[in-house]
Design a protein around this ligand. Structure first.
Ligand SMILES: [Mg+2]
Length: 257
C-alpha cells in the first residue's frame, strides 16, 4: 500500500505541474493594465497628446506646402485601446499569442483613445490625408477597418498599411513620404516615429530620445503604453522566444535601487 502511494504521489504532482504550467504568472503586468483602464491621468495624457497635435497641425496649415499634407498614425494604443485584451490575459493567466490576439481583433470591440476621434475628424475636415501604419497582420485588415469605422475614426482602405513581412515601419513610411508632406507622426512605441529606434537597447533608446528631444509634442506625438512594447522587449534583446521565467529574472537586472 505504502509503495503504491509513493508511486502515485509523484504522478499526481507531475499532473498538477503540467496543468498549472499552462497558466503563466503574468501578475507583473497588473499595475500597467490597472493604470491604463482606471487612471484618469491616462485620459489626460491622451487629450494632451491630441491637443499638442492640433496646435502643431494648425501651425502647419498656415504655411505653404509643395506636397499635400499628411499625418501618420500607429493604431494599437495610439488610436485604439486594447487594454481589455490585456486584462483578459492577466485574469486567465495567458500571454500574447497570434491566435488570441487575432480573436480579440476579430471581435472589433476596441474603443478609441480619448481625443483621437475628434482630432482626426478635425484633421480630415482641413483636407489632411490620414495614414495608418500598423503591425497588425494583413489577415486582420477587414476587422481592423470595420472596428475603426465603427468607432468613428476616419479611415480609407488605401491609407491603411498593415504588416506584410517586416516589423520595421521604414518602408511603409517611405511610401507615404514620397507623395505627402508628413507633418505629424503618432505612436506608443518609438519605432513608430523613425527607423533609428528599431531594435535598440534601453540605453540607446534613451540617448536617441535626447537626440530627437525637439520633435516630441511638435512632430512626434507619443501616447502612453506601459502594458507592452519595444520598451519591454529591449530588456530581453528582442528575443521573442524567451520564456516568461527567463524574462522575469532579466527584468530584475533592470531595477536600479
Ligand atoms: Mg502601438
Amino acid at each position: 500500500m505504502f509503495k503504491k502511494m509513493v508511486a502515485i504521489v509523484p504522478m499526481v504532482l507531475l499532473l498538477v505541474g503540467c496543468s498549472s504550467s499552462k497558466k503563466e504568472d503574468i501578475s507583473y503586468m497588473e499595475a500597467a493594465t490597472l493604470w491604463m483602464q482606471n487612471a484618469a491621468e491616462v485620459r489626460a495624457l491622451t487629450y494632451q497628446a491630441f491637443n499638442a497635435a492640433k496646435l502643431s497641425l494648425d501651425s502647419e496649415l498656415r504655411k505653404r506646402h509643395k506636397k499635400p499634407l499628411g499625418i501618420v498614425l500607429d493604431i494599437d494604443e495610439t488610436v485604439l485601446d486594447n487594454s481589455p485584451y490585456q486584462a483578459k490575459n492577466i485574469l486567465e493567466g495567458r500571454t500574447y499569442n497570434d491566435e488570441n490576439w487575432s480573436e480579440w481583433i476579430d471581435e472589433k470591440r476596441a474603443r478609441p483613445l480619448a481625443g483621437a476621434v475628434e482630432f482626426l475628424n478635425y484633421a480630415e475636415s482641413k483636407g489632411v490625408d490620414i495614414f495608418y501604419i500598423s503591425n497588425r497582420k494583413v489577415k486582420s485588415f477587414e476587422a481592423t477597418y470595420e472596428n475603426m469605422k465603427k468607432v468613428g475614426l476616419p479611415v480609407k482602405k488605401e491609407n491603411l498599411f498593415l504588416k506584410t513581412h517586416s516589423n520595421s515601419k521604414d518602408k511603409r513610411r517611405k511610401v507615404v513620404f514620397q507623395t505627402h508632406n508628413i507633418v505629424l507622426l503618432f505612436g506608443d512605441t518609438l519605432a513608430d516615429f523613425a527607423t533609428e529606434f528599431d531594435e535598440k537597447n534601453s540605453n540607446e533608446r534613451n540617448i536617441l530620445v535626447d537626440h530627437f528631444r525637439k520633435e516630441f509634442g511638435r512632430k512626434f506625438i507619443v501616447l502612453p503604453n506601459p502594458m507592452y512594447g519595444d520598451w519591454e522587449w529591449a530588456l530581453h534583446e528582442y528575443d521573442y522566444s524567451k520564456e516568461n521565467k527567463e524574462r522575469e529574472q532579466e527584468r530584475q537586472k533592470y531595477l536600479y535601487p
